[in-house]
Design a protein around this ligand. Sequence first.
Ligand SMILES: Cc1cc2nc3c(=O)[nH]c(=O)nc-3n(C[C@H](O)[C@H](O)[C@H](O)COP(=O)(O)O)c2cc1C
Length: 326
Amino acid sequence: MFAVQDIQTNLPTLQSMYKIHFAPLQGYTEDAYRRLHQIYFGGVATYTTPFVRLEHGVVRSKDMRDVRPEFNEHVNVVPQIIANGGGEMRILVDYLKSLGYRRIDVNAGCPFPLQTRHGRGSGLLASPDKLRELVEVMNCNSELVFSVKMRLGLDDVNQWQSCISLINDMPLCHVTMHPRIATQQYKGEVNMEAFDEFLSVCKHPVMYNGDICSVEEINRLENRYGERLLGVMIGRGLLARPSLAQEYISGTKLSPDQLVMKIKQMHNALLEHYRRIIPGEAQQLLKLRSFWDYMEPTIGRKSWKKIIKAGNMKNYLSRVEELSVV
Ligand SMILES: Cc1cc2nc3c(=O)[nH]c(=O)nc-3n(C[C@H](O)[C@H](O)[C@H](O)COP(=O)(O)O)c2cc1C
């Protein structure tokens, strides 16, 4: 996974054990998923929400539900916002403040053209003036604690260099860096040379994010960076193996049987939840299928395909019931 040579030892040292943070994944890590992941797996220090955004000038209603405190009780949630400048950011910040949040993550990394075209997400990295507006909003809200989640650039691997002084001027608790550019979306190599350069000039604590799928990979990062990294943020690796953070923290890998049992328990709790809030089996099935989207490496291609391709709830549930890890 990493382009630059790593030191090859796999044992984490207790002093520098990283905190693991769950990355936001729109359509996956919604409120119920976060709550149930914490109950059945845990090991995660914070869960950043998928971005909250404006639609026609007001906070999108679906996003309002996701960050409502009553749906996030007992979960260490960091709400994330996506804005194209100071105007949108102010509305979003005021909304989250009204709910009682004091901690906000700002998205400067989303690669989707629907957002970047309007100057949001990694679109901000190509518009230093807009980033400057964000600094102003942060400075006007000094009672809040901000972080930024960003990429190397929109379409140029060096774009971060023209933003770094503004990023350094922001009052941040940390920056999360996903070392790709937006045009790569989530594919191709992560650029660890550029990440190292960024790390050497960013004055804020830095969290690494990108392509972590195993405890060994977290250990490699730890051996390579030690305390120079604040921690790691993991997205698809945790969707694929929800036990990953807990296994890293505890130093103990779940047996295949234990893992399948817990995955099924979490799934069944999610099923109950969707049955309560979504009318109609077809819609419930649609939501439930996404639980398995990234799990092929964990449950094996055959079981995975059977689950993903189940055409109705009855078949689907019996295929989930039959599941065993390869
Ligand atoms: C389907 C999907 C939805 C995502 N939604 C968000 C989001 O709402 N906010 C955000 O900052 N990043 C989002 N991301 C990016 C992830 O948080 C993360 O940075 C990316 O997946 C790389 O980390 P990973 O390799 O550990 O998954 C999304 C990624 C995917 C694949």
